[in-house]
Design a protein around this ligand. Structure first.
Ligand SMILES: CC(C)(COP(=O)(O)OP(=O)(O)OC[C@H]1O[C@@H](n2cnc3c(N)ncnc32)[C@H](O)[C@@H]1OP(=O)(O)O)[C@@H](O)C(=O)NCCC(=O)NCCS
Length: 193
């Protein structure tokens, strides 16, 4: 059975290994071949330093083995604009309501050995339920246009495209799409769809 629970510091070594596997998976979309562990560590530290960083782990309960993770942070509108561009900042300004929080879903990964077993779906649902505990929230995220699995999950969970797209700096053929979801306060796991 796979459980979702808050990240614990001792999960980090397993998460780094999964991150490397997920992004270098030859059957996935990223295929970052030879991704060095030093680079993975550098990226993870960068994520952890973001304002309001939070992370959940999907764990095989019997073995306490981590099989996936989701992480997010809470930028200000200005920080969002500085990192993701003025169009997304303008979108967020238009859509964020009074007293509504802003969450940037930065990443979700599943160990390739556990793909298509609803690990990422469970993680995203758990994230939505968790952030809703702090009240109504605008969730934004970026997904590759050629990543059907993550787009399928987003659609299933009620995310919608913002209409904003940017070409990747790193891979000129790749298009990133920005999606959003308005999460009402205090929803349960069952209501996360
Ligand atoms: C994308 C990723 C997170 C998906 O994880 P996962 O645990 O396999 O996802 P789930 O099993 O919860 O859901 C996958 C869904 O995509 C669907 N799917 C998978 N491949 C598909 C394809 N080629 N076309 C259409 N749908 C597809 C599955 O059918 C499933 O939907 P269903 O549950 O309605 O049947 C995982 O493959 C991964 O880690 N990829 C690398 C990192 C990444 O791209 N992360 C996302 C952006 S940061």
């Amino acid at each position: 059975m796979i459980d979702v629970r808050p990240f614990q510091p001792e999960d980090k070594p397993q998460i780094l290994v999964i991150y490397r596997r997920a992004f270098s998976d030859p059957f996935g979309v990223w295929r970052e071949k030879d991704l060095p562990m030093t680079k993975v560590l550098e990226r993870w530290h960068c994520y952890q330093e973001k304002n309001g960083f939070q992370c959940l782990a999907a764990v095989m309960a019997a073995e306490n083995r981590v099989v996936g993770t989701i992480w997010w942070d809470m930028p200000t509108l200005k920080e969002l604009g500085a990192e993701r561009g003025w169009q997304l900042e303008a979108f967020a300004r238009q859509h964020i309501g009074n007293n509504q929080a802003l969450v940037w879903e930065r990443g979700v990964i599943t160990d390739p050995a556990y793909k298509n077993r609803k690990v990422a779906t469970g993680l995203r649902k758990a994230m939505l339920a968790k952030i809703s505990q702090n009240g109504s929230t605008l969730v934004l995220t970026r997904m590759r246009a050629d990543n059907p699995a993550i787009l399928a999950i987003a659609t299933k969970l009620g995310f919608q495209p913002t209409g904003i797209k940017t070409p990747s700096h790193k891979w000129p053929d790749v298009v990133h799409q920005y999606w959003y979801k308005l999460v009402p306060g205090c929803i349960s796991l069952m209501q996360a769809e």
